[in-house]
Write a protein of this length. Structure first.
Length: 427
């Protein structure tokens, strides 16, 4: 049996992933697809569309909708995780509380991403144990749950799981460059952490000139999640690489916080509205394909990134994908055990990070600082220690102010009390 399991299949993203399975059915010949979610109503709704998509796409295998995690994982070779402990209500709190202290609330970075990590890392670690116990030998976990990089830092350093930390940021950055160049025929170098990354080299096939400086500030790398910021041309000269749009939060901190303060609704509240409209469409029994409105949700090219990575492993293609993986010397200024986001060769035997040559003191300093925050956050998530949690926030370049961090931390912990029992054992 060759089985795929989607954990968190009640997500509105699932039809995108199902479309990816259909598009690669010739090479990824799953004969069983399990769709699992703890929300039965959401699972039935989204799973209903998934069934219709698969039938329309000619899938002949079994499709199993279940709220039973063990049943979903049983015998699975690939597990796609897209979970959100705290649901969208938690995300919205994560966005709003930091803004009261003049700090960024965002689901993957800064104080908002920190709280998302505290809720999610323990759940993923439990999932990894279940995968080891129930799934097929050498099963692969492909995680899209946020914050993806911190989750990978925990899993890859504290377990022996076969795991890829995945994000659609890199694939959209490469598309933005291809749109400017008018071709996909180029090689590139990519370096960073999840949502803290740069493309540092772009060379067309058959040529030697690095075009990255001319592309910085021109290639459209914006994600739906990020308000667009004005980036001064002087900055593009000082750090002459194509940045992930999440770097807007670092490059233009006060502007981005002000944009969030001025906005009528947080991104989470906007996503709730988008999801409501999507679910209404999904309930239409005549709908048999992913609706174009799903692109508004912010998961552009998610399926392409996720399913192509699975295909590379299953077919032992050893081609290159940007994923979060242990450094193992690829980035010389980071520790070997640090989880970084770089181009990696993917095959049946695992992940091989590709060496990068860039050395820019700004990149070095920012990556090391944020990696210190990530390591402390993993500890805070698993130990429930307020001192470690505060140290993590103080290490983050977007926080680092005790007068704001300490009271904000207490308010956010209290708001998430139901999800963070470790923090309230002795209180």
């Amino acid at each position: 049996m060759f089985k795929a399991a989607i954990i968190g299949a009640g997500s509105t993203y699932t039809p995108e992933l199902i479309e990816g399975f259909i598009d690669r059915a010739d090479t990824l010949r799953f004969d069983n697809i399990a769709l699992m979610d703890i929300d039965k109503a959401g699972l039935d709704l989204v799973g209903g569309l998934a069934r219709r998509q698969l039938t329309e796409g000619g899938f002949k295998g079994d499709v199993d909708l279940t709220t039973d995690l063990s049943r979903a994982l049983d015998g699975a070779s690939f597990i796609f995780a897209q979970i959100r402990p705290g649901r969208m209500e938690g995300r919205i709190r994560d966005e709003k509380i930091p803004l009261k202290y003049g700090l960024l609330g965002q689901e993957t970075t800064g104080a908002g991403g920190f709280m998302q990590a505290l809720r999610t890392v323990p759940v993923i670690m439990e999932l990894v144990e279940d995968i080891k116990r129930l799934s097929a030998e050498k099963a692969w976990l492909i995680n899209f749950s946020n914050p993806s990089g911190i989750i990978a830092e925990a899993v890859l350093n504290m377990t022996d799981a076969n795991m890829i930390g995945l994000c659609n940021c890199a694939i959209n950055m490469v598309k933005g460059i291809a749109d400017v160049l008018g071709t996909h025929e180029f090689d590139y170098e990519y370096v960073g952490l999840n949502h803290l990354s740069w493309i540092t080299s772009v060379v067309k096939h058959g040529e030697t000139e690095n075009l990255v400086s001319s592309l910085a500030g021109k290639a459209d790398t914006a994600m739906k999640n990020n308000p667009v910021a004005h980036i001064d041309p002087a900055l593009m000269r000082a750090i002459p690489y194509v940045p992930s749009s999440y770097l807007n939060y670092y490059y233009a901190r006060s502007e981005q916080v002000q944009k969030c303060l001025d906005a009528e609704k947080t991104r989470g509240e906007i996503c709730v509205e988008i999801e409501g409209k999507l679910r209404e469409q999904y309930s239409n029994p005549d709908l048999k394909e992913k609706p174009p409105e799903l692109a508004q949700r912010g998961g552009a090219l998610y399926a392409t990134a996720a399913v192509s990575a699975a295909e590379s492993i299953a077919c032992d293609k050893k081609d290159l994908h940007v994923v979060a993986a242990k450094n193992d010397g690829a980035v010389p200024f980071m520790d070997d055990t640090d989880v970084v986001e770089v181009l990696c060769s993917l095959g049946k035997e695992g992940i091989v990070p590709q060496p990068v040559s860039v050395y820019n003191e700004y990149v070095v300093g920012l990556m090391r600082a944020v990696k210190a925050y990530e390591k402390l956050t993993v500890r805070a998530a698993l130990e429930g220690d307020r001192d470690i949690a505060l140290a993590a926030l103080m290490a983050h370049p977007l926080v680092g102010d005790i007068a704001k961090a300490a009271p904000m931390l207490e308010e956010m912990l209290e708001a998430n009390k139901d999800y963070l029992p470790r923090y309230f054992v002795n209180r």
